[in-house]
Design a protein. Structure first.
Ligand code: F6P
Length: 329
């Protein structure tokens, strides 16, 4: 039987991402348009446990679409990982009259949502909010495009000094277990190579890149390195150290871009994506859908079971790897 949704709770969880505010705004406004009450839950799942609830109206989200970060704040709640924590969260939801949840976050946050929905039979709709772009079933996640643009802006600057000094720069970018940011920012910035966890394990990506570079007799180079490590191996410092030992003729430097990739104003693409996804989340609830993540495929909104979105490894399009290799001659 379909449950009538009177009040929804909305929260952001895990690492923040540019465009989360645009998503909060879209969910809030679409819900109010349909006469659904909105409760803003502060600090992710931790706010459910601590009863940090704020009544949200249309004007609560005014003047937020252009702001980075999340007005709801975010956290990685350890307490919510325990049965007791989730029990408390559910009791607080019932007390506040919250019938359904909208969760905006990445892999870990949506995994938590799936568990909570199963344990307490709560309708939950997930929105993919992460710069990592590592959720299966969606071409893009909210924040990914903005982070890419930020990285490219930084790489353009580093390129100037790399050129002047004839140096190799290893620039480390985020993407906990995924290489989307590294691969695509490498293409967008005209870098010489990207080192990503999705590449074949038996290929030595460093040796491969140096070999290609020699053939091209380039003096300076930019290599985008994903922060992801395999068996404790990886990251920009690891590769720079190897260059010092194995190819001492090169002068290597490291830049770790770090959290600046997560800040800043969201791109137009992310604002539109977040707006469409937020609207679609409320549509899904009204249609009686539950425990799905809103995704985008070929510019069409799709709904993916959360269980698939978080469990399947999203593959990197091999064509991107070829494009980078060919264009960096
Ligand atoms: O998941 C988003 C992300 O930015 C990852 O790319 C990164 O590994 C992680 O979060 C960093 O998390 P924190 O800000 O908690 O250190």
């Amino acid at each position: 039987m379909e449950r009538h949704i009177n009040t929804i709770g909305i929260l952001t969880s895990g690492g923040d991402a540019p465009g989360m505010n645009a998503a909060i705004r879209a969910v809030t406004r679409s819900a109010r348009y349909n006469n659904i009450n909105v409760v803003g839950v502060m600090r992710g799942y931790q706010g459910l446990i601590d009863k940090e609830f704020v009544k949200f109206t249309s004007s609560s989200v005014s003047n937020t679409i252009q702001r980075g970060g999340t007005i709801l704040k975010t956290a990685r709640s350890k307490a919510f990982m325990t049965e007791e924590g989730r029990k408390q969260a559910y009791a607080n939801m019932v007390e506040a009259g919250i019938d359904a949840l909208i969760v905006i976050g990445g892999n870990g946050s949506l995994t938590g949502a799936q568990l909570f929905a199963r344990e307490y039979d709560i309708p939950i709709i997930g929105l993919p909010g992460t710069i990592d772009n590592d959720l299966y079933g969606t071409d893009s996640t909210i924040g990914y495009d903005s982070a890419l643009n930020t990285i490219v802006e930084c790489v353009d600057k580093i390129r100037d000094t790399a050129n002047s000094h004839d140096r190799i720069f290893f620039i480390e970018v985020m993407g906990r277990d995924a290489g989307f940011l590294a691969q695509n920012s490498a293409i967008a910035s005209g870098a010489e190579a990207a080192i990503i966890p999705e590449s074949e394990t038996d290929v030595d990506q460093l040796a491969d890149f140096i070999e290609r570079g020699k053939r091209k007799s380039k003096n300076s180079a930019i290599v985008l390195v994903s922060e992801a490590q395999k068996d404790g191996v990886g990251g920009a410092f690891y590769y720079a150290e190897r260059v010092k030992k194995e190819y001492p003729q090169f002068d290597a430097r490291v830049t770790i871009l770090g959290h600046l990739q997560r800040g800043g104003t969201p791109s137009a693409y992310d604002r539109i994506l977040a707006s469409r996804m937020g609207y679609a989340a409320i549509e899904a609830l009204l249609e009686g859908q539950r425990n799905v993540m809103v995704g985008i495929k070929n510019d069409e909104i799709v709904y993916v079971p959360i269980s698939r979105a978080v469990k399947m490894n999203k593959p990197i399009n091999q064509e991107l790897i070829t494009v980078l290799n060919v264009l960096s001659i």
